[in-house]
Design a protein around this ligand. Structure first.
Ligand SMILES: C[S@@+](CC[C@H](N)C(=O)[O-])C[C@H]1O[C@@H](n2cnc3c(N)ncnc32)[C@H](O)[C@@H]1O
Length: 282
């Protein structure tokens, strides 16, 4: 990441505000994208990047004039760009801003845009993944970066039918603290949908239900759900825990899920080089 961010993001187009700690997220995503895109270039005929929650392309750190590249632009500007990009975003204005920025920044890239809810539009997203064959090996990296723990595991399950790695932001912090009683005792199905099962409630009760550990529990449960799709185990110490700089409040885990050991070697490098210092320059 460039010190001071990316001033070219100040282009008058919609630019959602983020907190300073988002820089850590982008730093990790940037390094992983780079290792993946370059490392897999010769091994696969096509590398596809899918962003389920794309955003506008740039965001601005609240209260500053520092603009950050969002996950789609980070993926578009790696040294060895992906062969195809699929960007889904619910908000039409943000998607239009992304479209305009992509045209300016990576005019030659092969990009499709899908406006709508990524869960509702999963058929359209899947239809855009190039058909694989013996002569056309296709590997995809799917970025899952929602605001909260609102992932639908069914969407992940659908995408897992392809050769697909996932970089997932498990935003368990905000939700798990604020809505704990609602999720555990209430009739909410949000966690059921995110984990793809209802048996988590029994497991949570069985281990003694210490509210303070609910976030770790959810992240571990998500990893178990991924294991049920033959993804390798991703224990908590292999997830990057990102805390806000304001009150050191735990906010989320960034986790990699792959069926291949090689991807975890890349991820281990990301974890090794990652630092919570802002402005770190790759
Ligand atoms: C945390 S932001 C992600 C930003 C983006 N990854 C980036 O790096 O700038 C989440 C984005 O997902 C969009 N969104 C929320 N729910 C969605 C859904 N169900 N399907 C698609 N997009 C959604 C929001 O409008 C928002 O732009």
């Amino acid at each position: 990441m460039e010190p001071g961010g990316f001033p070219e993001g100040n282009d008058g187009l919609p630019c959602p505000e983020v907190r300073r700690w988002a820089e850590t997220k982008y730093r990790l995503i940037g390094l992983y994208d780079k290792l993946f895109a370059t490392g897999m270039k010769k091994k696969w005929d096509q590398r596809v990047y899918i962003d389920l929650y794309s955003g506008a392309g740039y965001s601005r750190i609240a209260g500053t004039n520092t603009f950050l590249k969002g996950s789609p632009l980070i993926a578009l500007t790696v040294e060895d760009p992906f062969d195809k990009y699929i960007f889904c975003e619910e908000d039409p204005e943000l998607l239009q801003a992304l479209r305009t920025r992509v045209k300016r920044i990576a005019p030659m890239a092969n990009v499709v845009y899908i406006q709508g809810d990524c869960d509702a539009e999963i058929d359209k997203i899947c239809a855009e993944i190039p058909k694989a064959s013996a002569n056309n090996k296709v590997l995809s990296l799917c970025m899952v970066d929602p605001f909260d723990f609102g992932i639908k595991f069914e969407t992940i399950r659908r995408l897992s039918k392809y050769f697909m790695d996932f970089l997932v932001l498990l935003a368990v912090g905000m939700d798990a603290g604020r809505n704990y009683d609602h999720y555990v005792d209430g009739n909410s199905t949000k966690i059921d949908e995110a984990l793809g099962n209802t048996a988590w409630r029994d497991r949570w009760r069985a281990i003694g239900t210490r509210k303070g550990e609910f976030r770790q529990f959810l992240a571990t449960e998500f990893s178990s759900s991924m294991e049920s799709l033959q993804y390798l185990k991703s224990p908590l110490d292999r997830m990057k825990q990102v805390r806000s700089d304001e009150k050191n409040l735990h906010l989320y885990y960034l986790a990699l899920f792959s069926r291949h050991v090689r991807a975890y070697e890349f991820w281990d490098d990301v974890l090794k080089y990652s630092t919570d210092q802002t402005g770190f320059n790759w």
